[in-house]
Write a protein that binds this ligand. Structure first.
Ligand code: ADP
Length: 238
């Protein structure tokens, strides 16, 4: 009995600690861009400027607000998932077609970066899944592949059956993730190198959401990656 109670207290302590860290990280991640935006607005108002400059400033603010809005939505989703408030709408769906549809949305973006985006999914695969969440999962993975692959690289998306599992691999020839990052990559707010995300504007939440979606579907997600060689993200769903 003492052992069980001690175990329970340790688990509770762990989860309080994680909650406190999450709140501190979230506040910091929101505070930094808000302070920066305030400074930029002050600068814009500090003297009289041409109308074009104000328009440019406002367009920039809208872009930054959209980014903050996305981050807040991600945070709400993650905190709801912690308290099991997100219900999945599970229906039988064709994963091969879903992956193709999501990948097709990225063709233009990939073309702009001169990245070849190939989709290899020939077999029919049906899973019990929540369509919106699975779209979000593959959007996050393919978006990262495009973001972190330099111009002229290539991305391959392979969907195939693996026994009773549907396996989807997102393979890129991008900048890769160093070994020490592999175990942290699915943690909230983790970014390999904050400077590499500065241009791309990510907050390090995409993969934590991907991880939650996969676990909620009783699947697994794994990463294999080598710095400057590329990454493979493999999702297996029952
Ligand atoms: P972000 O919003 O920053 O992309 P993610 O949680 O999706 O957040 O990813 C966390 C970090 O993992 C990224 O900032 C990036 O450093 C690294 N990463 C993710 N996917 C890839 C990839 N395909 N290639 C290289 N690095 C990646």
């Amino acid at each position: 009995l003492i052992g069980t109670i001690n175990g329970m207290i340790a688990r509770l302590e762990g989860s309080f600690k994680r909650m406190a860290e999450f709140t501190a990280d979230a506040s910091h991640e929101l505070k930094t861009p808000l302070c920066a935006l305030r400074g930029e607005a002050e600068l814009l108002l500090s003297k009289e400027r041409a109308i074009g400059e104000y328009q440019e400033g406002m367009a920039h603010f809208i872009e930054r607000f959209d980014h903050l809005n996305r981050m807040v939505n991600d945070l709400i989703l993650l905190s709801k998932s912690d308290s099991s408030q997100v219900e999945l709408n599970l229906v039988p769906l064709r994963l091969d077609l879903l992956v193709q549809d999501v990948a097709n949305l990225f063709q233009v973006l990939a073309e702009q970066k001169n990245i070849g985006l190939n989709i290899d999914s020939r077999r029919e695969m049906t899973v019990m899944g929540d369509k919106m969440r699975l779209q979000q999962l593959f959007t996050n993975l393919i978006d990262n592949a495009v973001k972190f692959t330099p111009d002229g690289g290539s991305i391959r998306i392979r969907a195939e059956r693996d026994g009773d599992f549907a396996k989807v691999e997102v393979v890129d020839t991008g900048m890769g993730i160093p070994k020490e990052g592999h175990e942290n990559i699915f943690n909230r707010f983790y970014r390999v190198d904050k400077s590499r995300s500065r241009e791309t504007g990510g907050a390090g939440l995409g993969l934590s959401i991907a991880d939650w979606i996969v676990r909620a579907h009783h699947g697994t997600i794994e990463v294999e990656s080598e710095l400057n060689r590329g990454s493979i993200f493999t999702v297996s769903l029952p």
